[in-house]
Design a protein around this ligand. Structure first.
Ligand SMILES: [Zn+2]
Ligand SMILES: [Zn+2]
Length: 823
């Protein structure tokens, strides 16, 4: 008897796959394709169990589809640019590129040790100049189309380090290095006009039927399309305030107006106000904008001692400045309707402002003074002048039309989505390929001069701004247009640019005259399955959709959406908390693999929870799957040698009962595992079915080892190895070879269930009517009495004999007969 020596087996098979180029693929029009994608990792230093979970899911599907005859592409790469590498450079004096490449090397080794089925020849790293070259090329095309543009935008600025900080470097308003208070500064920055695609991004969600609703909902909310109206409130003493509202039907209930602290009118409105009013406004203005956006600050406001006129009611309403109003949404000013907006109600109660009900629900009798919570639902208008009595939906239309006719407003749509700010004032990113010339203005770098390379010799001190600014050879360049002396842009691109199109580059990773090969795209796209964390529901997954639409408008692809099916896997928890590097509770797979092997780790992760649900990591939980694999090993070990030497005979038509039972279970298991993997990705129940199969083989083993049942044992063991192979490929390759089977399991055909064999065994019961057998019924041995009786009464001959009579007694004798007494 041999031991399950997982380490030797796993490394040996990994070596064979590598040498045999087993997972390398090319386009093959004769076969159906399957593009199986996982989110490419950031090379932070170590693969952790969260990554492993993501990649185990895709690896099972990739291997399964391959066995089903698909031409499978399952590539991997590295999202290798970004802040942590630059932070490491500042803190430890190691160049970002060295830090990144070292991390990639060690993570690659970890992935290879897990036996994932990657075509390594297609590996890409976004920090390769041959990759970011094409970021620059795309940027230039967008610049030509007006999709890329430059505008002022605020950044976090550390006055002590004299540098721009990323949001994550300025958490809580303090610099991550020197803890100084972070200031806000306006800088010229580059944007991509994603808002030009906002309606399309919303409308095309209708076609994303294989995306989870929760992802689409998050995207919809992020884009935040709100139909509403804009209305002007005239300010006493001159000028007017334009407000945006989604509820113009409630305008008679508007008892005050609130401006965002950064609203451009605030300065003139407070010009004559007392110092303490101006100071209070300045304090609101200084509050952390991100915290305000997230609703994490207490609602506060300042009355500026000015009034406006409600254009519908003519009523005089006070003007406030409030921290809960944001400049980035709508017009940066709102009409406050406390009776019908919870946020406004909280503010009104705090400052004792009037609350007036103007919408009554069916049968409702709300009053402003006693209102505990704002009523935001449907109803009819009351106390609304000529509009009283209208239904709210009808009122929205009529009142917007009225505002337009009177010249003080109109129906409009507003979006929460903002254009994508891609400028980063940092080194470790894709240089934005433009040059500033005093004579020609902003000039794009010529295509033939791409890529604009990152200079190797930039200083990393963390002070004095972007390191690129200090490299004279980088910044001083001739103007591409007039040849005069010019200055190169030092901003680099947001790394979300890199991840917006990387899945196209896998198709032709070494192509030098374009980002990808169109024929390859036609063959492989769309991505059939994309697995990754739910935290990427917005940003990455919206940017990727946007990028594809831009590419389509540039004539590079012919479709609108890159991903057919999206599957967000659940997180990995440990001791009830999400496993993450920042919490320091991650598990490195290396130790687990050393102790139990890669197959055990894979099986444990897949078995522990349904893939879309959170899984709790447990040190003890891993022992079960390990024991299971040892059991499988010993089971095959007992029979492999003799089975390998036997010639496989056709299955005899008549088999002894235990062999029939075994075959039934084998074919039922094929059905279950296939369904679980194929549609639902219920990989955990697929594993459970395989565990049950092993139990059944054990139970029947003594009766099928010798004699005519032996064929069933052989079939059971071979099927077990094939079905288990996508989950635990190394041990299965080894066992397959020991069974004397060739070629590799990965190239075997997935087993087909024979529905007849899989069918549950049935027994025949006679049906007696008044003591005489009048018919028969076939049922499974487990069928209940009630069901047997129902079936018996449906038998035509039995019906005949019961016609016109009443059943006075019925007995089911288990396994034998049904007896009916009728008069
Ligand atoms: Zn600082
Ligand atoms: Zn010029």
């Amino acid at each position: 008897m041999s031991e399950y020596g997982f380490e030797e087996i796993e490394t040996r098979w990994q070596e064979r796959w590598r040498k045999g180029r087993t997972f390398e693929v090319t386009e093959d029009p004769s076969r159906p394709k399957f593009y199986c994608l996982e989110m490419l990792p950031y090379p932070s230093g170590d693969i952790h169990v969260g990554h492993v979970r993501n990649y185990c899911i895709t690896d099972v599907v990739a291997r399964y589809k391959r066995m089903r005859g698909f031409n499978v592409l399952h590539p991997i790469g590295w999202d290798a640019l970004g802040l942590p590498a630059e932070n490491a450079a500042i803190q430890r004096g190691v160049h970002p590129e060295k830090w990144t490449r070292d991390n990639i090397a060690s993570m690659k080794r970890q992935l290879q040790r897990l036996g994932f089925s990657y075509p390594w020849s297609r590996e890409i790293a976004t920090c390769d100049a041959s990759y970011y070259h094409w970021n620059q090329w795309f940027f230039l095309r967008m610049l030509e189309k007006g999709i890329a543009y430059r505008a002022k935008a605020p950044v976090n600025w550390c006055p002590k380090c004299q540098t721009v900080l990323a949001n994550e470097q300025a958490e809580g308003g303090a610099c991550w290095r020197c803890h100084s208070n972070v200031e806000e500064r306006e800088l010229d920055q580059w944007f991509l006009r994603i808002t030009a695609y906002q309606d399309e991004l919303l409308d095309d969600m209708a076609g994303l039927s294989a995306w989870p609703d929760r992802v689409l909902l998050q995207q919809r909310n992020w884009i935040g399309r709100s139909p509403g109206a804009e209305v002007d409130f005239a300010v006493e003493g001159g000028g007017s305030i334009r407000v945006f509202t989604t509820r113009i039907d409630t305008i008679y209930g508007a008892t005050f107006v609130v401006l965002a602290p950064e609203h451009p009118l605030v300065a003139s409105l407070t010009a004559g106000a007392p110092d303490r009013t101006r100071a209070a406004v300045a304090r609101l203005h200084a509050q952390d904008r991100r915290a305000r956006q997230a609703g994490q600050v207490e609602k506060e406001g300042v009355f500026v001692d000015r009034y406006a006129k409600n254009p519908f009611s003519g009523e005089r309403v006070p003007i406030w400045v409030g921290n809960f109003v944001l400049m980035g949404y709508g017009t940066g000013a709102i009409m406050a309707v406390p009776a019908h907006d919870q946020r406004d109600l909280e503010f009104a109660r705090r400052y004792q402002l009037p609350v007036r009900v103007v919408i009554q629900p069916d049968g409702g009798e709300l009053t402003g003074d006693t209102l505990k919570a704002a009523y935001e639902g449907p109803g009819r208008l009351v106390a609304s002048g000529e509009f009283s009595g209208l239904d709210w939906e009808q009122a929205k239309e009529r009142m917007a039309a009225h505002a337009k006719a009177q010249g003080f407003g109109k129906a409009t749509v507003t979006y929460r989505l903002k254009d994508w700010l891609i400028s980063r004032q940092r080194y470790w990113g894709t240089p934005i390929p433009v040059v500033y010339c005093d004579r020609c203005g902003v000039v794009g770098v010529q295509d033939r001069d791409l890529p604009v390379l990152l200079p190797k010799d930039a200083p990393f001190t963390g002070e004095g701004g972007n390191p690129l600014e200090k490299v004279a050879a980088f910044t001083h360049v001739p103007c591409p247009q007039c040849g005069g002396s010019a200055r190169r842009e030092t901003d680099t691109m947001d790394t979300f640019v890199d991840s917006s199109w990387y899945f196209y580059r896998y198709l032709s990773p070494r192509k030098t005259d374009g980002p990808f090969d169109s024929a390859s795209v036609r063959y492989w796209f769309p991505i059939d399955l994309y697995v990754g964390g739910i935290e990427h529901a917005i940003l990455h997954l919206v940017y990727s959709r946007f990028w594809t639409k831009v590419m389509r408008d540039l004539g590079l692809v012919t479709f609108d959406e890159p991903v057919r099916r999206l599957f967000p896997q659940g997180m990995v928890h440990r001791d009830g908390e999400v496993m993450s590097k920042s919490k320091g509770n991650t598990i490195a797979p290396d130790e687990v693999i050393a102790r139990y092997g890669a197959d055990t780790l894979r099986l444990y992760i897949l078995f522990a929870a349904p893939p879309e649900m959170a899984m709790e990591w447990s040190e003890t939980g891993i022992a079960g799957p390990h024991r299971f694999l040892q059991k499988v090993w010993r089971l095959l070990d007992r029979h492999a040698e003799t089975l390998a030497s036997e010639i496989r005979k056709p299955m005899p038509a008549e088999l002894p009962e235990p062999a029939q039972q075994l075959r039934r279970r084998v074919h039922q298991t094929i059905q279950r595992v296939t369904e679980d993997v194929e549609d639902r990705l219920h990989l955990n129940t697929a594993v459970a079915a395989l565990m049950e199969l092993v139990k059944e083989i054990h139970r029947l083993e003594p009766e099928v080892t010798e004699g005519p049942g032996r064929g069933a044992l052989q079939e059971a063991l071979e099927t077990l190895v094939l079905l288990l192979a996508p989950f635990t490929p190394h041990i299965c390759e080894e066992l397959w070879a020991r069974l004397g089977r060739r070629p590799y399991v990965v190239d075997r055909v997935w087993p087909q269930a024979d529905p007849e064999v899989a069918q549950e065994e049935t027994i025949e019961l006679g049906i007696q009517v008044n003591g005489k057998v009048r018919g028969h019924v076939r049922v499974a041995p487990t069928t209940g009495e009630e069901e047997i009786l129902r079936l018996a009464l449906e038998e035509p001959r039995v019906k005949e004999h019961l016609a016109g009579k009443e059943i006075v007694k019925s007995v089911v004798v288990a396994g034998r007969l049904v007896s009916l007494v009728a008069r």
